[in-house]
Ligand binder design. Sequence first.
Ligand code: GLC
Length: 470
Amino acid sequence: MDWSESSRRSFLKQLSAAGAVALTSTAAHAASPVPVPNPDPAQATPDPLAATRQQRMAWWHEAKFGMFIHWGLYSVIGQHEWAKEVEGIPIPQYEILAKHFKPKPNAARDWARLAKRAGQKYMVMTSKHHEGFCHWDTKLTDYCAAKQGPGRDLVREFVDAARAEGLRVGFYYSLMDWHHPDGIRCATDPEARTRFVDYTHGLIRELMTHYGKIDILWYDVDQPLTPEQWRAADMNRMVFELQPDIVVNNRNGLPGDFSTPEHKIQADNRAWETCDTMNLGWGYQKNDTEWKSAKRIVNDLTTCAQQGGNYLLNVGPTADGSVPEESVRVLEQVGAWLRTNGEAIYGTDGGASVSFGNYDNFTRKGNTLYIHVYFWPAGTPAAQWLSFYQSPTVVAIGGVQAKSLSARVLKTGQPIQFTQDKTTLRLTGLPATAPDDPVTVLAVECDAPPVVDHHSIRPLWPRSKVGISA
Ligand code: GLC
């Protein structure tokens, strides 16, 4: 899809919404070279994960970009992963899908290769979604891949595939279960609760035991129980006993290691990861063509990095495991961009700016400021009257809080001329058309870790008189 007027507008709207958050959140990152997550204020008791967090999460902060995979029996229907509930499909009907879920060989290998080409550093697959179907060879239910249509352990295939590409491995696990007989009555019946919570802990134990080192446990929906009823603290304790280096999210009712804003970029004063879809749904939805463009995805990834967060981007494979063509096409474009511009994303520290430009965004690493220009600012008619806009292409940034020493186009290495005074960095002598697609990154070496804050210049520029000054 083109960068249409409407997606441009919604992107700008999102930028300004996210920018408001950035004002309060990135200031916290600005002083520190690595975004060290603060303890969660919501957490009343001492945080048992805190002692090892910085070391466990170092790779995760560096990685920035992951692939989410929503795949299950719902993929056979092809109408979104909530089909069972929102359409009210009776369980005996839904179970028939388990026999007809027959993925092709090596589906996970194709995903892992795609993730690698897309520049993603980790993968998180639904091991069990709300529908309750387990993708692995569990001893606790026969509603699982090994004993139904697939006849094999799809979690094992996923783990092997991700590792073969050098990618970190994550399991999504839904606590809510629409299939287990105790999955809802556990809310009111203590015996059912004991059975169901034991079952849940047992499934998680299997996942944490049988597949070697797992890097992420991504819990989801903790309905209908409270964290105490889930025995969530014990759950995490077990997980960390079995997987001491793992990182866990905050969706089992406890804060875990990171927050999980969904369908929105929302910085937190701790580690966070935005998860989002490439079209509108998570699970395969065969008639959903509302695809985000590569430009939108690059910009969202950059906005996450700019604010110190990660970006987990979903694909919803078909029942046989094929990733929709449009997802493949867009991810490959994103990957091609990251191959030349990755240094402006991976390992950046979330401290580059407290504001956005009109056509650009900022990340930094050490003393390097990366200017991500998404609307190339060439050819303004104002140039015929304003020396400010001469030469033909000027990238101007107000409020760069460091001295610029040199600048170059990241893709080509072409040096860029510039001037800098106390308010403005003006990069000039740039090509008339954008040298990269979908976004051009300009790298500026500075004499200190740079911070862009256009608010800082408001008091600085000389003001002459009421009315026209010259
Ligand atoms: C929500 C949805 C679910 C999806 C998840 C991804 O919790 O219930 O379908 O898996 O978000 O973040």
